[in-house]
Design a protein around this ligand. Structure first.
Ligand SMILES: Cc1cc2nc3c(=O)[nH]c(=O)nc-3n(C[C@H](O)[C@H](O)[C@H](O)COP(=O)(O)OP(=O)(O)OC[C@H]3O[C@@H](n4cnc5c(N)ncnc54)[C@H](O)[C@@H]3O)c2cc1C
Length: 428
């Protein structure tokens, strides 16, 4: 059947990259058709897994000639439905292109293929005494190609920037199979227009990322971290400014969790609450460094001053790296909320930092009034100026109803009146 539909394309793809790299019909795993979003998958023509850039180029050239759509896929952890199969499309998996080609400590860079998993890169850099500072909850699954294609942010943007800021160069294959080698290795290279940046955040619409040159930073031995309870967002903003000043801009994470999120993550993970769950807002503050024990006094002094100035209601301080990780498990526990709430819709709302508190209050009030059968949680990275809003049904969804009422959220008119359209949705 696929042969008729594709005009022999499947056979040509198999000839180009090897028959075992092309799956169709019942051989095509169902898991390849959808991502972490609630987006309903279509029926793709084939799943192809090229081994190298030449293979990606051959696939794109053939599909281009046949006029067939191609959906590049990393590990499908995106929550916006953009890696979901569409009818008749060819799914292009980068999974086999997972080699770290080089780590150059002197120049502070690593050269990798797009299918490398983020955590693998973090660990490889750490083994060489360096750090690769992109970090997000899906680190154990998401591929660097997917991170770059979505210009992912995450936990350490406040200190190291977005994915864009950690990319020096790229290799990209365009839709007609043309390979663009843009593997710059220098922080300063003003010889010509930096085309690579066009592809960062383009979600596969302009080309397929096949290799990247990534920027490394000095290694860290650990972190000091505190979980603090706050009266509201105004205190959070004051605390962030105070912490940055007291710690000379070395805050590596400032994660916000509103009470609804805090309660939901405790329920979803079943873990003990480090602080009572009755405060309006919580912040996880982290400062990484080469000598976390030596840095502890400075970190404690900063928190004491904040407490005395009335910025903090309560605080729990991590006294070991295990406790630091324990605090982070509260933040990373969003993955468990997403799977337990099953059908969720996830918004990623960027708002200037100063307006985040007001924005959350207004969105929550409007949505709670309009959707009494849904529940909502709010959390976000202050470093990204970004709020995550997850909406899920209070009652379990009937699996026989493919489109739950929750999907009406996409078309909720008051979002526009509040100044927010449908945004690309990437919790975490
Ligand atoms: C628990 C959790 C936490 C998260 N936290 C954050 C966060 O803090 N910040 C944040 O920004 N995001 C976050 N995300 C979403 C994040 O953007 C994605 O997880 C990740 O960056 C996508 O990588 P992936 O390999 O899974 O890509 P996929 O989901 O497979 O693909 C995402 C998009 O990129 C395209 N794409 C994938 N690979 C390529 C390629 N090689 N070339 C061209 N296009 C490609 C796809 O077509 C699709 O449009 C989180 C997700 C989860 C599940």
């Amino acid at each position: 059947m696929s042969q008729t539909y594709s005009g022999g394309l499947v056979e040509k793809l198999a000839q180009a990259i090897g028959p075992e790299q092309v799956l169709t019909g019942p051989d095509l795993p169902e898991s390849a058709c959808h991502d972490w979003s609630a987006e309903a998958p279509g029926t793709p023509l084939a799943l192809v897994t090229p081994q190298d850039t030449a293979g990606v180029s051959a696939v794109l050239r053939l599909c281009h000639a046949a006029g067939l759509p191609v959906v590049p896929q990393g590990r499908r952890t995106g929550l916006a439905g953009r890696a979901v199969a569409s009818d008749g499309a060819v799914l292009l998996s980068l999974a086999a292109m997972n080699r770290i080609e080089e780590i150059d400590i002197t120049s502070g860079l690593m050269v990798v293929r797009a299918g490398c998993v983020l955590q693998t890169l973090q660990e490889a850099a750490a083994r060489q005494g360096c750090s690769f500072q992109l970090d997000l909850g899906a680190r154990g699954s998401a591929q660097i190609g997917g991170n770059i294609a979505t210009n992912a942010g995450g936990n350490r943007v406040i200190r190291y920037g977005m994915a864009r800021d950690l990319v020096l160069g790229l290799e990209v294959v365009q839709a007609d199979g043309t390979v663009l080698p843009m593997m710059n290795r220098m922080p300063k290279n003003n010889a010509a227009l930096d085309l690579a940046h066009l592809f960062i955040g383009s979600e596969g619409t302009l080309g397929v990322i096949t290799r990247a040159v990534l920027r490394l930073h000095p290694g860290v031995a650990g972190a000091n971290a505190a979980l603090v309870a706050l009266r509201g967002f105004d205190q959070a903003a004051l605390l962030l400014a105070h912490a940055q000043k007291a710690l000379s801009g070395r805050v590596t994470a400032f994660e916000l969790m509103w009470n609804d999120y805090y309660r939901a993550v405790l329920a979803a993970t079943g873990r003990r609450a480090p602080l009572l769950p009755d405060h309006p807002l919580y912040a996880l503050i982290e400062m990484q460094g080469a000598d976390p024990d030596g840095d502890r006094d400075g970190s404690d002094t900063m928190l004491e001053a904040a407490f005395e100035a009335g910025m903090i209601e309560d605080a729990a301080l991590a006294r070991s790296q295990r406790e630091v990780e324990d605090f982070w498990s509260l933040r990373d526990g969003v993955a468990e909320i997403l799977s337990q709430w099953a059908t969720t819709i996830n918004f990623d709302v960027s708002v200037p930092l100063a307006r985040i508190g007001d924005c959350v209050d207004r969105i929550r009030a409007a949505l709670t009034a309009a959707f009494p059968d849904l529940r909502f949680i709010f959390f976000g990275h202050a470093g990204d100026s970004n709020i995550h809003l997850v909406a899920g049904p209070i009652e379990p969804v009937d699996p026989s109803r493919p489109r739950h009422r929750i999907h009406r959220l996409w078309h909720y008119p008051r979002f526009r009146r509040l100044g927010f359209g449908r945004t690309r949705d990437r919790p975490a």
